[in-house]
Each structure stands twice: as structure tokens, then as C-alpha cells.
Design a protein around this ligand. Structure first.
Ligand code: IFM
Length: 452
């Protein structure tokens, strides 16, 4: 399918997963720095101390991104790098780093898609309760306004949070991610504070005169019942409520879903007057991260092998039609602003042999999911862009460096970057997209105005 000329194609990363340099140039520690020090929580016992060494290699990494022919680079700012304690004084060296990064993108013709919070909360705020404490909401708004003042005139978009469900559920309920808390009441309070801080940050950035479009990124999936039984259907409805409606309903002014509030009972969040109005601040765009569908079974976790699909190294089914289904459902149930797929990709076994990585599985994954986006677009969903997760192999949180999502291979011993076959494919795909927008005229080629 030919996508519209103004459809944005990109690649994505996040600060903690690639930067390294945890205590360089005045950076403070984040909850992930300290979480990694706990025994047994990271599969390979690793941490983010070096990662892809991007803090030092950012210029050549930007050259690499530009060489792929993408329009945009989605990156995140490390809050503790720019404001080490989460409040109090700002770190000018940290701010300068991101200003150079943004300017470096603009010099290379790349649109900067900035995310404020991709999970690396300053450790000092965690000592005060982290996202479960209402004070963190106000510290986040200050942080957002500080970044808006420095970079809001030059970035293409500002995303408040990446995947609040993950931060709340995996960070505070199951405890498998930082800060490693297992408490459902704290998790639901954290989710409310994340949403509230998003809404208040949008209001504050707009009041500041920030011209950049503002939005949020959610990890979403269609939740399907394992069987037609009433129990599985009810389980799927509840899981859909906790994953999708808990976040999307309040963002679009519908409040929290009553069935989930009933389910949480005494663990439901404390909500103050005006909170729900703030959360419903108008979105300029919605970011959707999609990897697979979810299958709900009342009998316990569903065995992914039952789906009969290819399964990635993360144990996730390859299920591209779920992306179309998800986007059509969002379009049906909510008045959507422009929608970006802000993450999509897969971890596959990627041996580097004689300087090449033949990752046909990843190329197929990307092509099928881009088709799925095209199908949603053709059916009226206001799709605005697509970003591959990830540019580089990087620190995959609790999986450490064992799982590789990059279209560019990273040798962690030498930091050498090698384009995988999927990167070559993506570059060729984008070239063909551009060529389809050039129409011949009697006087020579010119760029077509066709397209949304
Ligand atoms: O690596 C993560 C990313 O940080 C957030 N979304 C999912 C990716 C793959 O697990």
C-alpha cells in the first residue's frame, strides 16, 4: 500500500535503554539504576551503566538514523539527567545534551519526537513514594514545563508518558519492573497520578505557549477470550478494562470504567475534585505501542502455543491483524486525534555472522504490521505515522541484553553497530514510498500533492 505523503516514518529508543553514563556530567540516579542493583531482578544481572553508550556516540547514532531515510526519531529525555533529584536545581549539562541532540536531528532533517517519561523516575522521588505519591504529579509538571521552555519550539511532538500501564502494573502491582513494589492499591494510585500528571502537564505546557503538539503513548492490544465460555468472555472484558479502558476512557472524558472500579473495590484510587477534568485535556495525538494480541482465560494464563502462530523471543505471538482490529475499535469507540504507532517490532534470535544479520523474521514482522496499519488507514482510522521499536539492540529492562529488538545490531563489547537485513529492508521500503509520491510531468518529476 502507498501511504500518504505526510505519513511520518520513524525509529524509536528510550534514554535508559541506550544512553549509559548514569552518573556522568551531574546526572542523578533513576529508579532503574537502583532496581538493577537488586539480586535476581534482571535476567542476565546487567544494568544500564553502558548500554549502547549513546550518551557519547549520539552524533554517529544520528548519522545512522538519517542514513535509514526515516522522517522522525522518537527518543526520551532522562528526567534525572536534567533535574537530578526530580525537584530543586536543574543540571545544565544534561539539558545541553538534549538540546544538542534535538539540534543534531534538525540539522539532519529528522523530526524530534520527544518523550518526557520513559520510566526512569529520579530515585529521590521514589524515596518519597514515587508515582503512588501525589507530590510526584507536581514535580512532573515542573519537569514538563522546564523541557517545554528549552525545547518546545523545536520538537515535533512532546509525549508525556510512555506506557503508564507498564509503570503502574509492572512497577507497583507485580513488581517485576522498577520500583519493584507489589501492592495493588499503590498501583491503581500510581496509574491515576500518571494520568493526572499527563493532563496537568498538557495544561501547563499550553499555558506556557508551547507550540509543539502534545500527547501520550499507551501500550494497547485487543483482548480476546480464549473460548466462548461466559467465564472467559467476562475475563476478557475485565482485562480489556484494566489495559485499555482504564486509560483511554478518562483521556476522552468518560471517567474510569465502572466495572474496573468495582473490581478494584478498596484498592481504587483516591481522586480529588477536578482530577478527571484535568486528565481529559484535549490530545493533539495519541501514540499506540503494539506488539501482540492478548488472550484471556478464566482458568489462568493462556498458553501462547495454542494460537499456532510464530512466537517471538519475548514469548509474544506474531498477530498483525490484531493491530488493525485494535485501531478500528479505538476509532469506533473514541473521537480519535491523529494516531501514531509509536512502537512496533519484535525480538528475534539475531546471530551476527560474517558481518551480517539475516533477520527475515523481523522483516516479515514489520512488513505485516505496516500492512495492518495500512488496512486501518484505508478504513478511516486517522493514522499519522509509524515508528519501529527499536533502532538499536538495547537494554530490554528485566530481560537485560538477552533480547534484541533492534533493526541495528549492537556488539556490546565493541559498541559496533551493524545494520540488520530488516534495516536495509526498511530503508528500501521508505525509498519506494517516496518514489510513489513523485509523479512524472511533461517538465520532469515533481512531488505529488496527493495524500492526506
Ligand atoms: O523495550 C520496550 C520499551 O521500552 C517499551 N515498550 C515495549 C518495548 C519492548 O518490550
Amino acid at each position: 500500500m502507498d501511504f500518504p505523503k505526510n505519513f511520518v516514518w520513524g525509529v524509536a529508543t528510550s534514554a535508559f535503554q541506550i544512553e549509559g553514563a548514569p552518573e556522568v556530567d551531574g546526572k542523578g540516579l533513576s529508579i532503574w539504576d537502583t532496581f538493577c542493583q537488586r539480586a535476581g531482578v534482571i535476567a542476565d544481572g546487567s544494568n544500564g551503566d553502558v548500554a549502547c553508550d549513546h550518551y557519547r556516540r549520539w552524533e554517529s547514532d544520528l548519522d545512522l538514523i538519517a542514513s535509514l531515510g526515516v522522517d522522525a526519531y522518537r527518543f526520551s529525555v532522562s528526567w534525572p539527567r536534567v533535574r537530578p533529584g526530580g525537584s530543586g536545581s536543574w543540571n545544565s549539562k544534561g539539558l545541553d545534551f538534549y538540546e544538542r541532540l534535538v539540534d543534531g536531528m534538525l540539522q539532519r532533517g529528522l523530526k524530534p519526537y520527544l518523550t518526557l517519561n520513559h520510566w526512569d523516575l529520579p530515585e529521590e522521588l521514589q524515596a518519597n513514594g514515587g508515582w503512588a505519591h501525589r507530590d510526584t504529579v507536581h514535580r512532573f509538571v515542573e519537569y514538563a514545563v522546564g523541557i517545554g521552555a528549552r525545547m518546545g519550539d523545536r520538537v515535533a511532538t512532546i509525549t508525556t508518558h510512555n506506557e503508564p500501564w507498564v509503570m503502574a502494573m509492572l512497577g507497583y502491582e507485580s513488581g517485576i519492573f522498577a520500583p519493584g513494589i507489589k501492592d495493588r492499591a499503590q498501583a491503581s494510585q500510581a496509574s491515576h497520578h500518571l494520568l493526572l500528571s499527563h493532563g496537568l502537564a498538557l495544561q501547563a505546557l499550553r499555558a506556557q505557549g508551547c507550540r509543539s503538539p502534545l500527547g501520550i503513548v499507551l501500550n494497547l492490544a485487543p483482548v480476546q477470550p480464549a473460548t466462548d465460555s461466559a467465564e472467559d468472555v467476562a475475563q476478557a472484558r475485565l482485562e480489556d478494562g484494566r489495559l485499555l479502558r482504564w486509560y483511554v476512557d478518562p483521556l476522552f472524558g468518560k471517567g474510569y470504567p465502572q466495572d474496573v472500579l468495582d473490581h478494584l473495590g478498596a484498592d481504587a484510587p483516591r481522586i480529588e475534585a477536578g482530577d478527571m477534568e484535568a486528565i481529559a485535556a484535549p490530545l493533539d495525538y495519541l501514540g499506540v505501542n503494539y506488539y501482540s494480541r492478548s488472550v484471556a482465560s478464566a482458568a489462568g494464563p493462556w498458553d501462547v502455543k495454542q494460537g499456532g502462530r510464530e512466537i517471538t523471543e519475548m514469548g509474544w505471538e506474531v498477530y498483525p491483524e490484531g493491530l488493525t482490529e485494535l485501531l478500528l475499535r479505538l476509532h469506533r469507540d473514541y473521537p480519535l486525534p491523529p494516531v501514531y504507532i509509536t512502537e512496533n517490532g519484535g525480538a528475534f534470535p539475531d546471530p551476527l555472522t560474517d558481518g551480517v544479520v539475516h533477520d527475515a523474521d523481523r522483516t516479515r514482522y514489520l512488513a505485516q504490521h505496516i500492512d495492518a496499519v495500512g488496512a486501518a488507514l484505508a478504513q478511516g482510522v486517522p493514522m499519522a505515522g509509524y515508528m519501529v521499536w527499536s533502532l538499536l539492540d538495547n537494554f530490554e529492562w528485566a530481560s537485560g541484553y538477552v533480547k534484541r529488538f533492534g533493526i541495528v545490531h549492537v556488539d556490546y563489547d565493541t559498541q559496533r553497530r551493524t545494520l540488520k537485513d530488516s534495516a536495509h529492508w526498511y530503508r528500501g521500503f521508505l525509498k519506494r514510498q517516496r518514489a510513489s509520491h513523485v509523479v512524472p510531468t511533461p517538465t520532469g518529476p515533481q512531488t505529488a500533492l496527493a495524500g492526506a
